[in-house]
Design a protein around this ligand. Structure first.
Ligand code: ZN
Length: 557
């Protein structure tokens, strides 16, 4: 259950972005043409160097307009999640696009002399938002991405005479006891690559053309910067995580091999293995009272959800969880699917982290509130989700015995050793694919897959099964960074406030992280909050740590 849960939860987080992108998608067909006109010298001559005051005034009014439009955009998304037929977001998407894609203003903004650092930051973010929007709303790109999405949702996978949809196939990969059926399911992922792989490749080539045109740099470099990171740092963290947890990962593989009683581990064994660990804990963490427990965890930190502008609905939606910032600080809506067990408890905690962030963010203007570093926002979700795995909280709030609490913790450690490697495979493959979309992706994927997972990946051509490549480019590294963020923040709070952080710890979390948006860079936020830049060492330590009792117990099962 747990491995599925994480995958789903991660897709949710992506889904938040996906909806935003599909909105962004509609924004600029016109502007592509207009920007070309602009570049050929039309508008530039009309303007002398604009005054900072007039630029600021226009920026103010555009940001206020955007805040208002996004409020109705999110209201509509909220309705769409629950009843897809009632409303359409077409109109609001068009209006948002018109506000952002204003070529004359974009030009003015670029050339203006601004001395105020806040104003400089707002300019930088506004221009990045505009470039992002111009790329993602390119008409050919939108058409391709949409056709890939459609084929991805209608395809059925043939397994043992049955036709399965995506959730069913995922379920087989995660839970099916029959190894041969799992093998078939593993290879069936390549059906989607066969159907859409060429188009995904086209999408990448197209983005490579659009990147220099609108952002003035390589697409993947631009997107990594938008996501508050860069390639050099990212790849060195990946390398650090991979090499320093190699012994733990090897140990995990031999343990899998022993407990599953197989001669040679195959890719279709890995995810399944986690469903065999401590299934008895699942029933202990039922649906009943999950939100109440989440509010108790927040309460320990002095956060009172009954006094925050957060509306929670437990319902049936496509994805596990979805938190919407209708108005930052004023109206936050949180939807969570009805699930049970660890998955549900974990998802709802993660979403509460987003909700706290969206409630508390303190920035002078909308563009600064809305353009926080994504690894921090996902990281705040993970900071809350990690709370459940702290024995002090698992035993008091979640009612587990201390043995159960350490088993839960150990299970998360084992599973993270695997799931973080999967994320690194997906992310590294993607970066190398953008470097050279002409190359043979089957060979590329096989190389990256065996490098991290240490099993024969059988040239199985499964890369096209990952829905992020077409829909949400250069995003999956955020989940690795979010995990680094969460462990680093937990470490800092432990150092300052001991194991029970209390209200003081909550205030610290509030002042150093939850109020942050786009004014500071991720590095500045980490420096001010933890005394050092974002680091992989606390994550690595957590992946290695082996609480003695739990390890011995699950070994002997
Ligand atoms: Zn999230």
């Amino acid at each position: 259950m747990h491995s599925d849960e994480q995958k789903e939860q991660k897709l949710n987080c992506g889904q938040e972005q996906l909806s935003r992108l599909s909105c962004a998608r509609m924004r600029t067909t016109l502007s592509a043409i207009l920007v070309v006109l602009l570049a050929s010298g039309g508008v530039g001559q009309l303007t002398t160097v604009p005054s900072a005051k007039s630029v600021e005034a226009t920026l103010d009014s555009k940001e206020q307009e955007l805040e208002r439009l996004y409020a109705s955009y999110w209201q509509i998304q909220y309705q769409l999640e629950q009843d897809a037929t009632s409303v359409s977001d077409k109109d609001v998407n068009r209006k948002i696009r018109d506000v952002i894609s204003d070529p004359e203003f974009l030009h003015t903004l670029k050339v203006a002399h601004l001395e105020d650092p806040v104003l400089q930051r707002r300019r930088q973010l506004f221009l990045e938002v505009a470039a992002d929007s111009q790329i993602s709303t390119d008409t050919d790109l939108v058409t391709l991405v949409e056709s890939i999405r459609r084929d991805g949702s209608t395809i059925r996978y043939k397994i043992g005479g049955k036709l399965l949809d995506r959730p069913e196939l995922d379920n087989v990969l995660g839970h099916e006891v029959d190894r041969d059926v799992r093998r078939q399911a593993w290879y069936a992922q390549a059906e989607l690559t066969k159907l859409t792989g060429d188009r995904i490749c086209e999408v990448m080539k197209l983005r490579n053309q659009l990147g220099p045109r609108y952002a003035g740099e390589h697409f993947s470099d631009f997107m990594l910067r938008r996501r508050a990171t860069n390639r050099q740092e990212l790849l060195s963290w990946f390398e650090q995580i991979r090499t320093s947890t190699e012994p733990e990962y090897r140990a995990l593989l031999s343990r899998m091999q022993r407990e599953l009683r197989v001669e040679k581990l195959e890719p279709w064994d890995l995810e399944y293995y986690f469903s065999t660990l401590s299934p008895e804990l699942e029933s202990k963490l039922g649906l009943e009272g999950a939100w109440k427990r989440t509010t108790k965890v927040a309460g320990l930190l002095g956060f009172d959800f009954s006094r925050l502008p957060v509306d929670v609905k437990i319902t049936d939606i496509t994805f596990g969880g979805y938190t919407m910032p209708i108005w930052y600080g004023k109206e936050i809506k949180l939807l969570v699917s009805k699930h049970t067990g660890i998955r549900f408890a974990d998802t709802i905690l993660h979403e509460s982290g987003h909700a706290l962030h969206f409630s508390f963010v303190q920035e002078p203007t909308f563009i600064l509130r809305d353009n926080y570093p994504p690894p921090m926002d996902e990281g705040l979700g993970q900071t809350m989700s990690l709370m459940m795995f702290r024995p002090e909280i698992a035993t008091t709030v979640y009612g587990l015995s201390s043995d159960e609490a350490s088993i839960l913790n150990e299970r998360r450690r084992l599973e993270s050793n695997y799931s973080l490697r999967v994320l690194m495979v997906q992310s590294e493959f993607e970066l190398e694919a953008y470097d050279n979309p002409q190359q043979d992706f089957t060979v590329l994927y096989d190389r990256v897959c065996s490098k991290y997972l240490d099993v024969d990946c059988h040239q199985s051509n499964t890369w096209g099964y990952d829905p992020f490549y077409a829909a949400i480019p250069i995003y999956q590294q955020n989940y690795v960074l979010a995990e680094m963020f969460a462990y680093q923040v937990h470490h800092t709070l432990d150092q300052r406030f001991g194991r029970n952080w209390g209200r003081e710890g909550g205030s610290y979390l509030h002042d150093k992280f939850l109020i942050r948006g786009g004014s500071l860079t991720l590095d500045q936020i980490m420096q001010q909050g933890t005394g050092e830049g974002l680091s992989a060492k606390y994550l690595v330590a957590a992946l290695k740590a082996q609480p003695t009792g739990a390890a011995a117990k699950s070994e002997s099962k």
